[in-house]
Design a protein around this ligand. Sequence first.
Ligand code: SF4
Length: 345
Amino acid sequence: MTSLTNPLVQVENLSKVYEGRRSLANRLTGVEPFSVRAVNDVSFHVDRGEILGLIGESGCGKSTLGRAVLRLHEPTAGRVLFDGTDVTALSAGALKDMRRRMQIVFQDPYASLNPRSTVADIVGLPLRLHGLAASRSEMRDQVVGILEKVGLNAAHLDRYPHQFSGGQRQRIGIARALISHPEFIVCDEPVSALDVSIQAQIIQLLLELKDEMGLTYLFISHDISVIGYLSNRVAVMYLGEIVEMGPASDVLARPRHPYTQSLMSAVPDVDAPGHHQRVRLTGDLPSPLDPPPGCKFHTRCPLATDACKHAAPVPEEVSPGHRVACHRLHENLSVLETASRAEGC
Ligand code: SF4
């Protein structure tokens, strides 16, 4: 799981920068065009059959990274290899063919479904786009087949998205992603818009479908409990960069980066209720319009020193497959202990 043994997806030095346009008003007032580095020089791989969990706060670039991997957002630099093919170099036609094998489940099941289309048309669209059904009746049969896999049925074919609950709408979104028999799915916060009781059902469904259909997931979430439950490996993202990555059992049990440690401190300890100490980060995530120099986490890091303000740390391997980017890595410090000392505990 930790070594690059059988990668389906390899992401190499991927960056995504959004450049603002210089409007006439900006030119007249001398305002410079802005540039947002949403994803910065990110590298990782996802093995076949694996779930790589991608965790971080809202606005850290997780969703942009997921979409850049699929080329739904065009990467600015770097490349993505899917089953050995450089996706970033494909022509529009070749990319369309490749999309059959790489799909996405979106966060908001309502916004991602066309409100004027029936379930039959929404779920059948990939079959039409990729020419995967010879006739309308064959398309309907395939749509019914995938609806049954996700817990819906033929009675839902001619209904519209507004006639379903949030959980059912997400099942429709999953059916649409799976009907072309892809191998790789980017699950972009697929349960965060749902009630907690429904979240568990959708997570269980995704796990069952993964086994049944031989899928590989890049699973994006801001909820570390969800990531810990289903991931084989975990990548922790902060302001467009991966700061820690490794086997889930290692990263979550022994987080080495101060940011991961603070995320883990937010998870309640069921074995010691009432004795749980939480590290609350001060300040908001800095704007990617004006990221801090040096280590991007230094403005909120309880362990930051002057050196952290000037030089960006280089990721180091601390155990097989477990990499961390922090200048103070070898001091074996913990933000929990530092916070305790600061409070005089
Ligand atoms: Fe904190 Fe410095 Fe490590 Fe960044 S490099 S995480 S600021 S201790």
